[in-house]
Ligand binder design. Sequence first.
Ligand SMILES: *Cc1c(COP(=O)(O)O)cnc(C)c1O
Length: 407
Amino acid sequence: MTPDLEAEAARLDAADPLAALRAEFLPADGVVAYLDGNSLGRPLRATAQRMERFVHADWGTRLIRGWDEGWVDRPRTLGDRLGAVALGAAPGQVVVADSTTVLLYKLARAAVDHGVAAGRTEIVVDTDNFPTDRYVLEGIAAERGATLRWIEADPASGVTPEQVAGVAGPGTALVLLSHVAYRSGFLADAPAITRIAHDAGALVLWDLSHSVGSVPVRLDDWGADLAVGCSYKYLNGGPGGPAFGYLAARHIGTLRQPVTGWFGHRTPFAMGPGHEPAPDVRSLLSGTPPVLASVPLETGLEQLGRAGIEAVRAKSLRLTSFALDLADALLTPHGVLVASPRDPDRRGGHVTLRRPDFEQVNARLWERGVIGDFRAPDGIRIGLAPLSTSFAEVLAGMTALAEEVAR
Ligand SMILES: *Cc1c(COP(=O)(O)O)cnc(C)c1O
């Protein structure tokens, strides 16, 4: 580590208005640099306490009464809070439920069913989207006799408005894209793409898994139709934490998701004959909500609300640009390629670096307590969760990587 770089990291940490929030996370013994908060966020101390309290007090003593005392409404109450803190969504449009894959299926099926009924049988998606998104759409296309229209995305950047304009047309039912690409970290121009899709008469579903909690999202302002995302990445909701889904108010009552279980019924506890969808965003629900698994999201959102998403984004950009500076200084001389956008307006919260031997290099980094993640064929993702990551940590991780590539 050169003294100059150490001084620079120290200066950035000293000037970081969010620095104090790092102490709110549980320490991770033996971890030198955690560079994977974009895959699995870290637990807050408050989360450990809240989980304990929930088991003892809420579940342990309220028992079945808990359902009447708030659990039944949790998908919506937590959804509203998420909408306000991180999604730019007015109340009544977001639920917390299911896994991202399942909720993605439900929302995409609702949109495709709607399109097919109007003679629109094409789904636009890109070849570099997250695998589960592509696989789910393949399944829906097979179920509904729809056709996938693939955009060939550049794996080092992402889908452009021009590309969407080139494929969306009178046959398009749905455009599904990731707001931040999981591989490159490319930040799509969501307002422009949403407009283009709407001009073609199509609906848009945004996958926010890699942007929520790190990049400001303005679903209502964009005019988005549908959105999904994870709670366990930048929102620190814990492994297997539930997903969230957004259904714009104007579509409630018209778009119908296919898994018509009792929690999406108008009156679940009447237990009557025949499914009648709830007249509100509860229509997105299917079965018993994952109450226990959603406890960490509460504390995650409390912290994010205190920090403010604009401050988080500002720090995120400082973190990624510091990582890029370090990559240029320490890594590119050793044949490492930067496979993420350099334009801050098009960059999400992580940076991807490539070299043919990175699978082995990443394994050696894990042994040293430097935890990034490997993405086939040759990428290491440096995920920089703004609430939990220091500039000194970025320097320590990148220095370790530099030592490994110089061996
Ligand atoms: C992480 C991620 C998922 C994960 O879906 P799960 O159902 O939680 O496994 C889906 N889509 C994108 C874009 C992701 O980044």
